[in-house]
Write a protein that binds this ligand. Structure first.
Ligand code: PCA
Length: 212
């Protein structure tokens, strides 16, 4: 049995809900062939999230890991390409900590690329009728930090990993006046993302490179 680990975040800032967790938890326990999805929540704290992630990697020894977070203002499902070695928080995390221009990992490389088949995932999600794109920044808050720590932990192991940002839910957009995506659509997009990542050896290059 292969295990796919999905993580979502607890709510942060002024929010009472985080679609990343609401979506991945609906996929928890999903079985497909020899694959099972395990979904777990990460705290939205610079101190707690990497620690919890590392416990989960040890506990489940997954063959694929996709961390998911809310991207306020995002209009589609964003498959992130790169994690950078910088924490630069616009707002405090859930413990009131607000790092400014500090490294995620001292002496670590400037960046890690996702090892997911980004373009194949975007095309498959779009083929399912759901908007998606490759994104070239995961920001500099807790999501980017978790993404960086994930790629740092998986580097050289052959285990694939990456990060996806999802848009706000409609009820969050009513308050913020911005874009949104229904929860069921997010869940389906993430399900397609997982299946595509599992079944795609190399990224799909035909049909042009740019899907952002
Ligand atoms: N989004 C934040 C952190 C937690 C989340 O869901 C981010 O984009 O960094």
């Amino acid at each position: 049995m292969r295990t796919v680990l999905l993580t979502g975040f607890e709510p942060f800032d002024q929010d009472t809900v985080n679609p990343s967790w609401e979506a991945v938890r609906l996929l928890d326990g999903t079985l497909q062939g020899d694959m099972q999805i395990i979904a777990r929540q990460l705290p939205c704290t610079f101190a707690g999230a990497p620690e919890r992630l590392s416990q989960l990697l040890q506990e489940f020894t997954p063959t694929l890991v996709i961390a998911v977070g809310l991207g306020p203002g995002r209009t589609d499902i964003c498959i992130e390409r790169v994690a950078i070695n910088i924490n630069d928080a616009r707002i405090p995390d859930n413990l009131g900590y607000q790092p400014i221009d500090t490294p995620v990992v001292a002496q670590g490389p400037a960046a890690y690329f996702s090892t997911l088949p980004l373009k194949a995932m975007v095309r498959a999600i779009r083929a399912g009728g759901i908007p998606a794109s490759v994104s070239h920044t995961a920001g500099t808050f807790v999501c980017n930090q978790v993404f960086y720590c994930l790629q740092h932990a998986l580097a050289g192991t052959g285990v694939r990993g990456g990060f996806i940002h999802v848009p706000p839910l409609p009820e969050q957009a009513v308050v913020a006046g911005g874009p949104s995506m229904a929860l069921a659509t997010q869940v389906e997009g993430l399900r397609i993302a997982v299946i595509t990542a599992l079944n795609t050896e190399d990224d799909v290059l035909e049909g042009g490179g740019q899907v952002s």
